[in-house]
Design a protein around this ligand. Structure first.
Ligand code: PLP
Length: 373
């Protein structure tokens, strides 16, 4: 696609997936059924065999992970100040307190030394976000969690298919949550998954996602806790199952396009801060620059409008969470790097159906807008 408007992201659904959805619709089984089981098994195989349960969103997965970890009133949870709202909102909804931790300005991942400073006797868990698909420093996070008896709840919404220590993100530690929202590296429209440690935790998620129901050995229904309603429909599972089969190819293409951005932007030497390069384990959910708009006498809305005039969609991911109206009320610790990223970040178009010519188009527009021509 060389002409027309280039959005910052776009999902890629094959005709065979559309036909697969029609098959599910014709089957008469529309709620959670055989495709949920197949999708869960395929995710578990992909993630090295740990139990996986799918739910209606990444946010639902995080909420259930906090419940499985037993997080509640009086507890504190370490959350990076640069992430999507859901990471902190689920902590508040569990009745606990999010404690913000600063991030590295280039990797955008949480600074483990700042996490250590934020620990109090009430700290129960740490929620690393693998920002833009670049794995966080899990070795250091693991050590910190062991020393302070913290649960690790990975918000891996950006990182399906990322790899760390030679293994898939989500396969190496405690609880991990994925999102299959259409903007993510694979989609089930809405949907999410939670990776668990054992069969007991998996059973707990099954109850929490479906009314607290437990089947008795005689096939009757018992209610053992006040569960909610977070089960994924089979139509979504069918889409997610197909997308998982294409995920590695999607991510290979994303890495290639990111490499093309680097080669052009390094040559152009524009007044921007490039993201961390990462390695083959980076799944490139987003390609983001930091731009010091004040120094260039520009504004971010003005920049976005100028790029839009040139047919290029720009995203902003994200405002610094500790500076939002809700979280200012939590008397947050200062997180200056997250503040800077929140002010300066822009997300360039990156999705598997793009071609290298699209990357070149984006870079040409960037150069025009930043050099004021
Ligand atoms: C997308 C996202 C979520 C939430 O996922 P949904 O499926 O939209 O509920 C959580 N955390 C991060 C970092 C995300 O990007």
């Amino acid at each position: 696609m060389d002409t027309g408007f280039l959005p910052f992201t776009r999902p890629d659904i094959e005709p065979s997936t559309i036909e697969g959805v029609a098959e599910v619709l014709r089957s008469g089984w529309l709620a959670s059924g055989p495709w949920v089981e197949r999708f869960e098994q395929a995710l578990s195989d992909y993630l090295g065999g740990r139990p996986v349960r799918v739910v209606t969103s990444g946010t639902a997965a995080l909420e259930l992970a906090l419940a499985v970890a037993g997080i509640g009133p009086g507890d504190e949870v370490l959350v990076p100040a640069m992430t999507f709202a859901a990471t902190a909102n689920v902590v508040v909804r569990a009745g606990a307190r999010p404690v913000f931790v600063d991030v590295d300005p280039v990797s955008r991942n949480l600074l483990v030394e700042d996490a250590e400073r934020a620990i109090t006797p009430r700290t129960r868990a740490i929620m690393p976000v693998h920002f833009s698909g670049l794995p966080a420093d899990m070795a250091a996070i693991r050590t910190l969690a062991r020393q302070h008896h913290l649960r690790i709840i990975e918000d891996a919404a950006h990182a399906i298919g990322s790899r760390i220590e030679g293994r898939p993100v989500g396969s190496t530690d405690d609880l991990a949550c994925f999102s299959f929202h259409p903007n993510k590296n694979m989609t089930s429209i809405e949907g999410g998954a939670i990776v668990l440690n054992d069969a007991d935790e998996a059973e707990r998620v099954e109850r929490l996602r479906f009314h607290g129901i437990r089947r008795t050995p005689e096939g009757m229904i018992d209610i053992v806790e006040a569960g909610g309603k977070y089960n994924l429909p089979d139509v979504n599972a069918r889409i997610g199952h197909d997308q998982l089969g294409r995920l590695d190819a999607f991510n290979t293409k994303r890495r290639r396009l990111a490499g093309h951005y680097f080669s052009i932007l390094e040559r152009l030497a524009l007044p921007v801060t490039l993201p961390a390069r990462g390695d083959e384990g980076h799944s490139w959910h987003m390609f983001q620059l930091l731009i010091d708009f004040d120094a260039l006498r520009l504004t971010r809305p003005g920049f976005i409008a100028a790029m839009r005039e040139r047919g290029i969609g720009i995203g902003v991911h994200y405002p610094a969470l500790h500076e939002t109206t809700l979280y200012r009320g939590y008397n947050p610790r200062p997180c200056p790097n997250a503040s800077r990223v929140g002010r300066e970040t822009v997300t360039l178009p990156l999705f598997p159906a793009m071609e290298t010519t699209d990357v070149e188009r984006v870079c040409t527009a960037l150069s025009e807008v930043l050099r004021g021509s």
